[in-house]
Ligand binder design. Structure first.
Ligand SMILES: [Zn+2]
Length: 423
């Protein structure tokens, strides 16, 4: 009788690995809950004097209610997501893998069907929650402008984009894996990097128009003011657009996107309605700061570097049969390997995201400083205060929550920084 190489030891290692995977999911979930709780408590703290005039007493009560409802809702959704992950690890992934294996022998099609079903079922499962969030919570606090028609068409368009972009990238990567063996990781890296640069350039002109209208700034007082600012800072006025964000929500924003000739600054229509000409100029100077200081290029470069490391690590693990067997799979396959790798990688991806958020907050301070070189920083302060009040922002987020999740510094820190620059 032939014996497999030390079967007891192998199955023990498999069990240990499986327990380790479950432990990672548990730690991830409880960390998230703990940080969310800290932030919720911190969000109810008494406001420091400097922030005291942002909310009227009435608005502050509304904020407290909104914060509490959002917190309860997020906690419920995370609990369901967590239970679903445990179910998938215990039997869901294997059941799905067996089903997919029965359909086709082709690894590319197997991967596509596996992730297609996984993505679609998960999304459909969470759609009722999303509908509740949009049409009940956001509606109750006066934020929602989305109609069921817009909601449905957004969903269908998102599915279509996910199928084309996600499906296309996944097919390519699995195909590289099949034809080039261990070399697949750097070929995939080159393709993903090229694609991310392409998307950074064309996102505003290819994807955004599927959902929103972007129109050039109309002539008038605001245009004249921004024209002056554009001349002062060396930015092209033709690259400033107004987006119809009010189609979905009353929450306002502004952002800078694109690279090189495809750069543009996008201002939400609500921002233009709510803010004075000087405040909008201050916000725009901040966005021009992101452009002048090459923040997009720097973020893309770091992102490309991280993707390379991730794919290389994945290439070291993808051939190891233990990781498939830990879930009970009998054969190696790319899609299960990817799922398990993403869980094993989650502590690193959390650390990377903390690092990226820290860098992003630094960029925000830099752009604020740039803005104050062209427009009196009192206007940026009042613009930020208005945005915070209208969006019912948590003005006192917890320090740890900010460190882990926030790409922007808390309002208080930005105001203090701007006052320091001004004096
Ligand atoms: Zn910014």
């Amino acid at each position: 009788m032939q014996e497999a190489i030390d079967p007891i030891n192998t199955s023990e290692t498999m069990n240990v690995l499986f327990m380790f995977i479950i432990l990672l999911v548990l730690i991830g979930y409880f960390t998230e809950q703990w940080l969310g709780y800290l932030n919720h408590k911190s969000g109810q703290a008494k406001l420091p004097d400097i922030l005291n005039n942002i909310f009227s007493p009435e608005r502050y009560k509304t904020y407290l209610k909104y914060e509490f409802e959002s917190y309860k809702f997020t906690t419920l959704v995370s609990l369901i997501k967590f239970l679903l992950s445990i179910f998938m690890l215990l039997c869901g992934f294997i059941l799905l893998d067996n089903f997919v294996s029965g359909i086709t022998e082709n690894q590319v099609f197997r991967g596509l069907i596996f992730f297609g079903i996984l993505g679609l079922v998960t999304d459909l499962l969470f759609t009722p929650f999303d509908i509740y969030d949009t049409f009940v919570i956001e509606e109750k606090f006066g934020f929602n402008k989305t109609t069921p028609g817009i909601y449905l068409s957004d969903k269908l368009k998102t599915y279509l984009i996910a199928a084309i972009v996600g499906g296309g990238m996944l097919s390519l990567i699995i195909w590289f894996y099949q034809v080039s063996g261990n070399n697949f990781w750097w070929i995939a890296w080159a393709v993903i990097s090229g694609f991310s640069v392409f998307m950074a350039m064309f996102y505003s002109s290819l994807i955004v128009p599927l959902f929103n209208k972007q129109t050039p700034l109309q002539s008038g007082l605001l245009r004249e003011r921004l024209n002056q600012l554009a001349t002062d800072t060396g930015f092209m006025l033709k690259d400033i657009y107004v987006i119809d964000g009010s189609k979905r929500s009353t929450k306002a924003n502004a952002y800078f996107a694109g690279l090189g000739k495809k750069r543009r600054i996008v201002l939400y229509d609500r921002l233009i309605e709510e803010q004075t000409v000087d405040e909008i100029a201050a916000v725009m100077a901040h966005e021009i700061g992101h452009y002048k200081l090459n923040h997009i290029q720097k973020s893309i470069l770091i992102g490309i570097f991280q993707t390379g490391i991730m794919l290389w690590l994945f290439s070291l693990l993808v051939h190891n049969s233990l990781i498939y067997e830990s879930l009970g799979a009998v054969h190696q396959n790319f899609h299960l390997g990817l799922v398990i790798f993403m869980i094993l990688y989650s502590p690193f991806s959390m650390m990377i995201s903390i690092g990226m958020n820290s860098l992003s907050r630094k960029f925000e301070f830099q752009a604020d400083k740039f803005s104050s070189g062209y427009v009196d920083s009192m206007y940026l302060i009042s613009a930020l205060k208005k945005l915070a009040s209208n969006n019912l922002t948590n003005l006192t987020p917890h320090k740890l929550f900010v460190k882990v999740y926030h790409s922007h510094p808390p309002l208080l820190a930005r105001i203090q920084n701007l006052i320091k620059i001004r004096n």
